[in-house]
Design a protein around this ligand. Structure first.
Ligand SMILES: *[C@@H]1O[C@H](CO)[C@@H](O)[C@H](O)[C@H]1NC(C)=O
Length: 234
């Protein structure tokens, strides 16, 4: 959970370089006499692939990205699970890959039980990505860790566990639990060992709706968190 996520704002560059970069690949040049000029050697950085079929919802890692909570990191959330060997290598890839709902959360509140109820997420939905005020405030693009981010309150987390089938919870800042409920809300999620939390997602400019999510953490033995690459496919 301490994975630092981050980012750069390159949308204008992407537009300008898209055409040039395609022709910069020797392998796609059919005319062998043409050698690309040096000024065409510009890599393309994309958020969307396949004409809108694939959205990359991972932030780029940069030195400017915000770091979770404290420079020293957190202790183990639930010692008995950690001691028993539940590390990121034991996470269920079936939970991390499959149909997922992207929803917008009301911007005037943290994710409380009342907010969860108002979202009316149908039973059977197992993966939900919550887009919040954090995206509007571009908190993942600020190097300073802003503790006023939106996240789950303890009763919001408990409501989700008790009343929904959600097993993958995605959020657009570095902690799914609001700062005021940091430990208690995490404990609600972790107690059953069935729910996987994916934090620091890049959800701007992605239409609300159903996708297939694909998230692959690294097989870090003995680690409680991992950098993860997540994409949405229509
Ligand atoms: C969410 O909770 C944090 C404290 O954890 C608070 O600073 C922030 O203002 C709250 N956000 C909203 C939109 O209520």
């Amino acid at each position: 959970m301490s994975s630092p996520l981050l980012l750069l704002l390159l949308s204008t560059v992407i537009t300008v370089t898209a055409a040039a970069a395609t022709s910069a690949y020797p392998s796609v040049t059919t005319d062998c006499t043409v050698s690309p000029a040096d000024n065409e050697l510009v890599p393309v950085r994309r958020e969307v692939y396949g004409g809108g079929r694939i959205f990359d919802i991972s932030h780029r890692y940069t030195v400017d990205m915000p770091l979770f909570w404290s420079p020293n990191g957190l202790g183990h959330m639930i010692d008995r699970y950690f001691d028993a060997g539940f590390d990121v290598d034991t996470l269920d890839l079936e939970v991390l890959n499959g149909p997922a709902l992207l929803v917008d959360v009301p911007r005037d509140s943290n994710i409380t039980a009342q907010v969860m109820e108002s979202l009316k997420i149908p039973k059977g939905v197992r993966r939900v990505l919550f887009r919040t005020l954090n995206t509007d405030r571009r908190l993942m693009y600020k190097s300073e860790y802003d503790t006023s981010y939106v996240g789950f309150t303890t009763d919001g987390a408990r409501w989700l566990v008790k009343n929904t089938d959600i097993k993958l919870v995605g959020l657009d800042f570095l902690s799914v639990a609001s700062d005021d409920h940091l430990l208690s809300a995490h404990l609600e999620f972790f107690e059953s060992r069935e729910i996987i939390l994916v934090e620091g997602l890049k959800l701007e400019d992605v239409p609300v709706g159903m996708y297939n999510v694909h998230c692959l953490p690294l097989r870090l033995v003995g680690a409680e968190g991992s950098p993860i690459r997540c994409i949405l496919i229509k």
